[in-house]
Design a protein around this ligand. Structure first.
Ligand code: BDR
Length: 317
């Protein structure tokens, strides 16, 4: 079995990515850790509990992590994901926070990875705060991971929250800096541009959410709020190469589940701008090896869309 740990700031596309992992029979999710991001931390925790309930997988342990970035104040994306982070379509039967594990997310990450050295793939689809804290508490944490799969950053300085800032890196630039500079396991990054370049048509989306299963209904309901934005002209202009459905976090998740979904990547030193007035949070690709970083990351550029779509289809069955 493939062992996964998933760190999320559970908004709509994180929910989708969790459902993708749950649907794959040879994947074992050892835990889901929560970090403040798309929505405040309490909402993130409640949303994860709700997603695993919809999938009949309430046995997966869920851990509460950092509510704020390493430095400064949290930012959220309620304009897109809704005030509750899942499109503001509450479910009165959703589990309460008493279903969370007592152990802190960062302790859980360190413990679980130590129990399975070299075997766990870590998927991070939110700000990288929990991972940065884990490496500070246990400097050997990254070496014990099999691989790390990040959704975040940008490769051509294209932002989605500020001109040059992609949401996850902008929400905790210092956290991203620590992770990108100190992680020594194979690291794959699904950037904003990569996600946009592998978007799905709205026609495909409409048939996907109308399959009439419990899971497709859930996806349809939680995404309805964000679609008002993402199907708008404004979002169309912000996207690379026109409009479409962009399930960002699922590109990182798919790569962790099946490495062959990644058909091409740029391997280079990667860091993040933490000082710039206009560029804070922007990912930096060191294509001329100026920084002489020993550890190179794989910035994903190609995706096998057939395999990716098959994983999306399976996730709502
Ligand atoms: C990322 O930011 C969030 O809004 C999404 O969940 C995704 O992780 C895209 O920039």
């Amino acid at each position: 079995k493939k062992l996964l740990l998933i760190d999320v700031d559970c908004g709509t596309d994180d929910a989708q990515a969790i459902m993708m992992a749950i649907a794959v029979p040879n994947v074992e999710i050892l835990g889901i850790t929560c970090v403040g991001g798309n929505t405040p931390l309490d909402n993130v925790c409640k949303n994860v509990l709700r997603v695993i309930q919809v999938c009949n997988r309430s046995d997966i342990p869920v851990f509460r992590g950092a509510s704020k970035p390493v430095l400064g104040e949290a930012i959220h994306a309620s304009y897109f994901h809704g005030v509750d982070g899942l499109g503001d379509v509450p479910d009165s039967k959703a589990p309460g926070l008493d279903h969370m594990q007592k152990e802190h997310a960062v302790d859980a990450l360190i413990r679980i990875v130590s129990e399975h050295p070299g075997q766990v793939s870590m998927v991070a689809t939110g700000p990288l705060t929990n991972l940065a804290l884990a490496v500070r508490m246990d400097p050997n944490f990254p070496k014990k991971l099999k691989s790390l799969h990040i959704m975040g950053g940008n490769m051509e300085s294209r932002g989605n929250t500020t001109a040059c800032g992609e949401f996850n890196f902008l929400a905790d630039p210092e956290g991203a800096f620590i992770v990108l500079n100190e992680f020594a396991c194979p690291t794959y990054i699904a950037t904003w541009e990569h996600s946009c370049r592998h978007k799905l048509s709205w026609e495909w989306y409409d048939q996907w959410v109308n399959k009439g299963t419990k899971k497709s209904d859930f996806i349809k309901r939680i995404y309805a709020h964000s679609l008002q934005y993402s199907r708008s002209e404004k979002e169309g202009k912000a996207l690379v190469a026109g409009p479409g459905f962009v399930p960002c976090d699922s590109y990182a998740m798919a790569a962790a589940i099946d490495e062959s979904t990644v058909t091409d990547f740029i391997e280079c030193g990667v860091t993040v701008e933490i000082c710039g007035k206009f560029t804070r949070g922007m990912m930096v690709l060191d294509l001329i090896d100026d920084l002489k970083k020993k550890h190179k990351a794989r910035v994903m550029t190609g995706c096998d869309m057939g395999k990716f779509i098959a994983l999306l289809e399976a996730s709502i069955q």
